[in-house]
Write a protein that binds this ligand. Structure first.
Ligand code: TXA
Ligand code: MG
Length: 327
């Protein structure tokens, strides 16, 4: 039997997930950001199956998840005091640190890089699972490569179905966007991906500004950060300001991804409101599910309102731009 959904708050389900991980199985599990597709990070064969199930290119490394910051030395050799500072402030939580890797971590996890991405997830079921498995867990988002990340267990079942041995259902993800990724390898810390922790907060904790990532064509810093990521089947167009009535020429059936409700939204086939309360956190938590609902309607176009790029807005705009960056 594959792709079974089990409640993540049932200790027997966690036990079963932990056993499957130890035996080389794949377990999808909830985190506070998005659902992950987990394998024992020290079992190269199991990790290879993750790449296969996701159709993920082998040059794209996986994030390793730990039950606690105290386990960091199982995967990284870093002695940088800034790591302790960031871990103390943001773990468990939506921050991934890219650090020097330990040589015994299988190469496939880090795609041959000498660094490892690592985080302690903020969902207690994820930490229980990892603790009971007794091993760090390598896990990308539980979606086929290039698609929108799942924020519910049902999304995972729809996306990966039989490729997974067990899906732990921990409800909808609280944050809804992937973790922020910061490289702390040498010199200036670099923001590789904006995400669930606001850039301003990380900079405040470090007492210094983060550098921008400047990927080279051959080896991007975060190799999964291809411009055209998070694709929907329906083309997405990012608007330059607030939406009014449906613009002529946008297509026969147009969807709108709006920040707030407004009276003049005539002519759309469907409208999704991201932040009825005006909060970026609410919009982040609803973004991927809203995109998925619009994408399922077979529309001609999805128009998306932009937002302010402060706080979580930076990560929201990053994802919307990537959705829109398709040929
Ligand atoms: O919130 C998250 O981070 C979720 C949950 C499941 O933890 N995971 C997630 O994983 O988003 P994934 O595989 O979809 O995205 C991980 C990103 C990729 O763009 C990958 O290239 C980058 O992290 N990454 C992982 N290890 C890296 C490393 N050593 N150096 C640079 N980038 C790395
Ligand atoms: Mg992903």
């Amino acid at each position: 039997m594959s792709g079974r959904l089990r409640p993540a708050d049932d200790p027997a389900s966690i036990d079963e997930g932990a056993r499957l991980l130890r035996e080389g199985g794949l377990v999808a599990f909830p985190t506070e950001t998005v659902y992950g597709l987990g394998a024992n990070a020290f079992d190269a064969t199991a990790v290879a199956r993750v790449f296969e199930v996701k159709a993920r290119p082998s040059f794209d490394p996986l994030i390793v998840h730990l039950a606690a910051a105290a386990d960091l030395d199982r995967v990284s050799t870093s002695e940088d005091p800034r790591v302790q500072r960031l871990a103390a402030r943001f773990w468990p939580g939506p921050l991934t640190l890219v650090l020097p890797r330990r040589p015994d971590l299988p190469e496939i996890v880090t795609a041959g890089l000498d660094t490892v991405g690592v985080r302690v997830p903020g969902h207690s079921a994820a930490r229980d699972l990892i603790r009971k498995a007794g091993t760090p867990v390598a896990a990308p988002s539980a979606n086929p490569f290039g698609q929108v990340s799942p924020t519910t267990a049902v999304h995972v079942a729809e996306l990966l179905g039989d490729g997974v041995d067990l899906i732990l259902d921990g409800g909808p993800c609280r944050v809804g966007l992937e973790s922020s990724i910061v490289a702390l390898v040498s010199g200036t810390p670099t923001l590789l991906r904006p995400g669930g922790v606001a850039r301003e907060e990380i900079e405040e904790a470090l007492g210094a500004p983060l550098a921008e990532s400047s990927p080279s064509a051959e080896r991007p810093l975060a190799p999964g950060r291809l411009a055209r990521h998070y694709s929907t089947r329906t083309p997405v167009r990012l608007l330059s300001g607030e939406a009014g009535p449906c613009p002529a020429g946008a297509g026969a059936r147009v969807g709108l991804l709006a920040w707030r409700d407004a009276p003049d939204r005539e002519g759309y086939a469907a409208v999704e409101i991201l932040a009825p309360d005006g909060q970026a956190g609410t919009a982040a938590a609803r973004l991927f599910a809203a995109l998925r609902r619009l994408d399922a309607l077979g529309l001609d176009t999805i128009l998306a309102e932009p937002c302010d790029e402060g706080g979580l807005g930076l990560a929201i705009m990053d994802r919307l731009r990537r959705c829109a960056a398709r040929s």
